[in-house]
Design a protein around this ligand. Structure first.
Ligand SMILES: Cc1cc2nc3c(=O)[nH]c(=O)nc-3n(C[C@H](O)[C@H](O)[C@H](O)COP(=O)(O)OP(=O)(O)OC[C@H]3O[C@@H](n4cnc5c(N)ncnc54)[C@H](O)[C@@H]3O)c2cc1C
Length: 472
């Protein structure tokens, strides 16, 4: 530990009290490795402020001692953005003690939640107020509002409601100079120049520490219909989505699940079973919802799927007959990452290309990767309607434990080159973190890199906010 770190930890302890500073390595240990277990960091201490003023005090101290901070929420991020460097040169700034929902207003359709509020907790609180926060994803039981905002997370309902950027009405944050930016008023219109809020969304903790967020709410769901559908190909799946969209505005979830992913979930995740008899190369999980108490969304989806069946867009389909079954269908989709983690080494690519191009991209890219790297399995699942697929390349069963090190870079370059040639993005919703930083440097146009560096330097000239992440 450096002298500067020792001093900072002592002064932080005096300011935050015993709950606010953790130095026990056993307590810190679960928080210094990323969710996928690929990147291992180290830190002498985890600081855990409980208020915006305490965050500001810690950022002041960090600037004074030139010790970098790594903000962290639930540590569920997919790009190792919340993992500290391995040399112990930064302190973790855990935001989990800032976990109050400050307000919930059905009239304004706004909630103000502190950065450490868990997404599922916000869902429950909004529901109790007769409202809904419509963004959701598999990690909802542990990811935080600060982390979701900082990664501009997407999830399974983007089709209708957009990513965090569309759902954040304002941000409160401590900037790297220790000043507090308060954008929580939730003004619908505010054109006072550059939007700090928008800069902080998706900044992955490199421009400041988000302490609270004003979030847009929508009316609560009165009823939902959830269906599991077998289709022949991703192209048919997209055709099905367009067919449904032309006839109803109620579809808000449309997730593509290949047989390979479903197989892994059934193999590794307890209490799961396939919804359809027989296997289908491709499946789609569809959710339609309504906030209208009079509407019969189940009947509507059933009729539409019947018509789609007649038009051969669909091979087979089943509607969840109750909430428990609907949850069971969603569990199959939400557990794919966990099942892959249990299966073995996987290289994850969170990619997007123009929506209409995704079906052929997915099939062609999987083919090309499997030909170029014999033995691997390449497949994609997820948010087809957003043009965003999690394109994953899994090591062969006999691969050696150093597969990532020996093959990883070549495979990642191969996939990212295909994505770039297709006019897509190498990070659709997970961010850059440290895992994609070199690829961003390799593939992004010079103008984009220059702007990222210039903004970072202007706001954080001392480089104390999450160095080594996002900005090449
Ligand atoms: C099972 C599973 C499913 C997922 N599904 C999706 C999905 O469908 N769509 C999707 O977009 N993502 C998905 N994710 C990843 C997603 O990015 C994270 O779950 C979530 O956005 C991160 O929240 P977190 O609190 O865990 O943040 P962390 O992992 O702790 O941090 C993520 C980044 O944000 C920064 N950060 C965290 N808190 C703050 C703060 N208060 N101020 C400033 N910076 C901060 C960190 O430094 C880091 O760079 C999934 C993850 C898992 C494990």
């Amino acid at each position: 530990m450096t002298e500067a770190e020792t001093l900072l930890i002592q002064q932080a302890a005096a300011r935050l009290g015993p709950k606010g500073v953790v130095t026990d390595p056993a307590e810190i240990e679960p928080w210094v490795t990323d969710w996928r277990g690929r990147v291992h960091g180290a830190t002498p201490a985890m600081l855990a402020p409980a208020s915006t003023e305490e965050v500001a005090a810690i950022v002041d101290l960090a600037a004074e001692h030139r010790v970098p901070l790594v903000p962290q929420g639930g540590n569920t991020g997919m790009a190792a953005g919340a993992t500290p460097p391995a040399d112990g040169s930064a302190l973790l700034l855990s935001m989990r003690r800032m976990n109050r929902i400050r307000s919930m207003s059905a009239e304004n359709r706004l909630a103000v939640a502190e950065a450490g509020v868990i997404l599922a907790t916000l869902h429950d609180a909004a529901h109790d107020a007769g409202m809904r926060f419509p963004l959701t994803l598999g990690a909802r039981g542990s990811c935080t509002i600060g982390g979701l905002t900082s990664t501009n997370a997407g999830g399974t309902q983007v089709l209708k409601f957009g990513t965090m950027r569309a759902l954040v009405a304002g941000v409160e944050a401590v900037l790297p100079d220790g000043s507090i930016h308060n954008g929580l008023s939730g003004l619908k219109k505010d054109n006072r120049g550059y939007s700090l809020d928008q800069l902080l969304i998706g900044a992955e903790g490199t421009l400041g520490v988000i302490t609270a967020v004003a979030l847009r709410l929508v009316p609560a769901i009165a009823a939902r219909a959830v269906a599991w559908v077998g289709v022949d190909s991703p192209a048919k799946a997209l055709e099905l989505l367009r067919f449904l969209e032309a006839r109803t505005a109620n579809v808000e979830g449309f997730e593509l699940v290949p047989q390979d992913s479903l197989h892994l979930v059934l193999k590794h995740i307890p209490d799961t079973r396939a919804p359809l008899d027989g296997t289908h190369a491709w499946n789609v999980l569809i959710e339609a919802t309504t906030s209208d108490l009079e509407a019969d969304v189940t009947n509507e989806l059933e009729k539409l799927l019947g018509a789609a069946l007649q038009q051969r867009l669909v091979v087979d389909a089943v509607l969840a007959s109750n909430e428990a079954q609907a949850e069971a269908f969603w569990k199959l989709r939400d557990s794919i990452s966990e099942a892959e983690r249990a299966e073995g080494q996987t290289l994850a690519h969170d990619i997007s290309v123009p929506v209409a191009d995704m079906p052929s991209f997915l099939v062609d890219a999987a083919c090309e990767v499997e030909q170029a790297f014999p033995g691997v399995t390449a497949t994609g699942f997820g948010h087809l309607g957003d043009g965003n697929i999690h394109f994953h390349v899994r090591a062969a069963a006999h691969a050696t434990p150093d597969w990532y090190e020996s093959e990883g870079e070549r495979i990642v370059h191969f996939v990212d080159d295909l994505v770039t040639q297709a006019g897509g993005s190498i990070s659709a919703e997970h961010g850059i973190g440290q895992l994609k930083r070199d690829e961003l440097a390799r593939l992004a146009p010079p103008g984009r890199i220059h702007a990222l560096r210039a903004i970072k330097h202007a706001l954080d000239p001392l480089g104390i906010m999450n160095p080594g992440k996002l900005v090449p």
